[in-house]
Design a protein around this ligand. Structure first.
Ligand SMILES: CSC[C@H]1O[C@H](OP(=O)(O)O)[C@H](O)[C@@H]1O
Ligand code: ADE
Length: 287
């Protein structure tokens, strides 16, 4: 049985992952700068795990400031092949009640270019396929596991990734609903793109915390309300991970591990030496 190393990126309210044994903390250097924090390495029910709090311990980085490239590169360097992201999201649909879980399968990009969301550039150009932005196999396991631990879980849905850090205006919130989107957050799309480029599976456990500001009979979103819901529901996310981990680690039958196979368009003879070195971990096998 193949044994994948599983990464967990904890979002708002999830800054540590209890239950891991043989835990060590490691600082990882990357060509893209410093990750959000030290990585916590250990095992969970016999599966090798790597945990990173997305915003750093103490929640120090805004969604625009998070160094997503370093975070994903660090996961790759530690041997991670599948990432489970845990995130707080606003609900854009009546039926996605605060406290429910969503396992999204699509994204719409409303970021504004402040964050680096590709490993390409500096003399090498590549375009990965991104029509299906999350790993279907991993997402299916997360969805089933959520049901098994008793959570109310929604299969699929479109996550609007906004820049933030201010929440949306009411007009924007209504516009996103008119797009048919299901949930809104500020982080996951950037990670999904970089994970795809790093050939790492990416799946999301999104915890609905609020109705953003479109719902006439609910208060407008606030950090206070989000924290309250997260406090009561973060244990569910941890149970889902625990339930999912053995299956997630049992080898991958998806195509995520070959995402770069036909992505590079640059003539490899013109790639600058430094760029080649920086991307060796991710792209070396194709160059
Ligand atoms: C604390 S409210 C807004 C904040 O929460 C979400 O973070 P994450 O995706 O890391 O759970 C959202 O994306 C914003 O960053
Ligand atoms: N309403 C909202 N908008 C953006 N990010 C969020 N994270 C949690 N709730 C959110």
């Amino acid at each position: 049985m193949a044994n994948e190393v599983i990464g967990v990126i904890g979002g708002s309210g999830l800054y540590e992952m209890e239950g891991m044994t043989g835990v060590t903390q490691v600082t990882v250097d990357t060509p893209f700068g410093r990750p959000s924090d030290e990585y916590v390495i250990g095992t969970l029910d016999g599966v090798q795990m790597v945990f990173l709090p997305r915003h750093g311990k103490g929640h120090r980085f805004t969604p625009s400031e998070v160094n997503y490239r370093a975070n994903i590169y660090g996961m790759k360097k530690l041997g991670v092949t599948r990432i489970i992201s845990v995130s707080a999201v606003g609900s854009l649909r009546e039926e996605i009640v605060p406290g429910h879980i969503v396992v999204p399968d699509q994204f719409i990009d409303r970021t504004r270019g402040f964050r680096k969301d590709t490993f390409f550039g500096n003399g090498i150009v590549g375009h990965v396929q991104f029509a299906d932005p999350v790993c279907g196999e991993l997402s299916e396991i997360l969805y089933r596991s959520a049901g098994e631990v008793g959570a109310t879980v929604h299969k699929g849905g479109c996550y609007i990734c906004m820049e933030g850090p201010a929440f949306s205006t009411r007009a924007e919130s209504h516009m996103y609903r008119s797009f048919g989107a299901s949930i809104i957050g500020m982080t996951n799309l950037t990670e999904a793109k970089l994970a795809r480029e790093a050939e790492i599976c990416y799946g999301v456990i999104a915890l609905s915390t609020d109705y953003d500001c479109w719902h006439e009979s609910h208060d407008d979103v606030s950090v206070e309300a989000i924290i309250e819901i997260i406090k009561n529901n973060v244990a569910t996310a941890k149970k889902i991970i625990r339930k999912a981990v053995a299956q997630v680690a049992a080898g991958r039958g998806c195509a995520c591990g070959e995402a770069l196979k036909y992505a590079v368009i640059s003539d490899t003879s013109v790639i600058p030496v430094e760029t080649r070195e920086n991307l060796d971990l991710i792209l070396g096998k194709y160059l």
